[in-house]
Design a binder for this molecule. Structure first.
Ligand code: GCU
Length: 455
């Protein structure tokens, strides 16, 4: 358990490290070094299974570096996207039935095998314990707060213990079951501060907006079901199912493990009378934006998605060579998010060899509404590739239309702060940084079209 707590801390540390310098104590430094070593070992085991000696290095996220990632739209090489509406045998998909029966399963199989990995056919049961229920006030709104702990059945391999914390906050005045927005929550170590948000008009905290809208919100801690590093792959839910052994090349990666945790939380929501389990939204930022998109793509019980700055490995077209690249995702720092097979695309294969691309991940969400959110390149930087995400949203459009829904209605990238929310795929680039905060109000406006609230 101590080891697991340490892994969680280090996971949090890695996330923190991507935002700011964070000083480690000597003991933390030793754990960090050993974690790096274990990650390298696991990475090598996977390369061996793939018969790969090395991979191509990715570009740098530092715009000043000599090997900086491309940030010039004019330098993006031409590419062809896989056709979401063409079967592998070349036949066009012209009706919903063929989409559901044939094409969608083909796309799912490609994502399973080559990118995100397969969730095992049988995963252990999660027993949700309500640790506490409290009447409280959140931002001046009367609410009921439940703290839960999901105990994962580890009788098949007791050496690994997994407990998933979940917080649920429901407006106290609700007269009927309410929708819930679940966030993949970052947890930062004491003393750690995110860089201040420089947006001019600070929005209301999102939790306040959600409660004022008559909905509940929930926070799930992804790193509790699966640590955010390669070293953790023989632990957490992935390690539990594999009985502590390393993954096979098409086994699930961390993004799917985090999404699995969200699905288990939904199992709980379905038993809670305060919640309308037909109206579940998922939200996440950055790596958790990727996880949120993977979650809604695979989990039909999620009714709407709010996908924040998910970038490469999330909503960004990987063939759009701008910002973060497949080579970065497939490196030892990020490969754990994916199936081992995905590493092949950083050597000998390339992003153009992928049988799928991000527009098809969005298409897997169809006909359910999805809101793609990103910040301004001036504040957030170019790593995330706002245009690449917009292009994926455009190219998912034909699938939504085939299913009788509306695409974004344009192929022109809108100006910053100009929302596209008339269709069932929504897009908005806010003027702030690496956050979803400035887009919550627009997301709620979009989501209110689908969820009638009990305000
Ligand atoms: C890095 C990584 C991104 C990821 C981000 C985050 O920047 O390259 O893919 O989304 O971290 O999660 O903070």
């Amino acid at each position: 358990m101590k080891k697991f707590a340490c892994l969680i801390f280090l996971t949090i540390f890695i996330i923190s490290k991507s935002y700011t310098q964070f000083k480690l104590s000597p003991e933390q430094q030793r754990s960090w070094d050993s974690l790096q070593q274990l990650t390298q070992q696991d990475y090598k085991i996977m390369l061996k299974q793939l018969h790969i000696d090395s991979t191509r290095p990715g570009p740098s996220g530092n715009p000043q570096a000599p090997n900086a990632a491309n940030a010039d739209e004019l330098k993006v090489p031409a590419y062809t996207l896989p056709d979401a509406l063409a079967l592998k045998n070349g036949q066009k998909v012209t009706n919903a039935n063929t989409w559901w029966q044939k094409r969608r399963p083909e796309i799912v199989e490609d994502f399973d095998k080559e990118m995100y990995g397969r969730v095992p056919a049988k995963t252990p049961k999660v027993n949700w314990q309500v640790v506490s229920t409290t009447d409280t006030t959140v931002y001046g709104i009367a609410a009921v707060k439940k703290e839960l702990l999901g105990h994962v059945d580890n009788s098949s391999y007791p050496q690994i213990k997994v407990d998933i914390p979940l917080t649920l906050v429901v407006p106290a005045n609700a007269k009927k079951p309410v929708p819930v927005v679940m966030e993949f929550a970052f947890v930062f170590p004491p003393g750690f501060k995110l860089p201040p948000d420089t947006s001019k008009n600070q929005p209301m905290p999102w939790q306040q907006q959600v409660l004022a809208n008559g909905w509940a919100y929930a926070l799930i801690i992804p790193a509790a079901s699966q640590a955010d590093n390669g070293a953790g792959l023989t632990q957490g839910i992935i390690g539990l199912v594999n009985k502590g052994e390393p993954r096979k090349p098409d086994d699930w990666g961390t993004l799917r493990a985090w999404a699995w945790g969200a699905s288990r939380a939904i199992d709980y929501f379905e038993t809670d009378k305060l919640i309308d389990a037909k109206k579940i939204a998922i939200e996440g930022l950055s790596r958790y934006g990727k996880a949120a998109l993977v979650a809604i793509a695979y989990e039909p019980r999620i009714a709407i998605g709010f996908i924040g700055s998910s970038g490469a490995g999330g909503a960004k077209v990987l063939r759009h060579v701008f910002g973060e690249q497949v080579e970065n995702l497939a490196s030892s720092g990020e490969y754990h998010w994916f199936a081992g097979n995905f590493i092949k695309y950083a050597g000998p294969l390339t992003q153009n060899d992928l049988p799928v691309d991000a527009h098809e991940l969005i298409a897997l969400c169809a006909p359910r509404p999805v809101f793609i959110s990103v910040g301004s390149p001036k504040v957030e930087g170019q790593w995330i590739d706002a245009k690449g995400m917009f292009l994926a949203a455009v190219s998912a459009g034909p699938v939504y239309k085939l299913l009788g829904k509306k695409d974004m209605g344009t192929t022109e990238m809108p100006a910053i702060e100009s929302a596209l929310i008339d269709g069932d795929i929504a897009f908005r680039q806010h003027s702030g940084g690496h956050t979803t905060a400035p887009n919550w109000a627009t997301f709620l406006m979009f989501a209110n079209k689908y969820f009638t609230t009990n305000k």
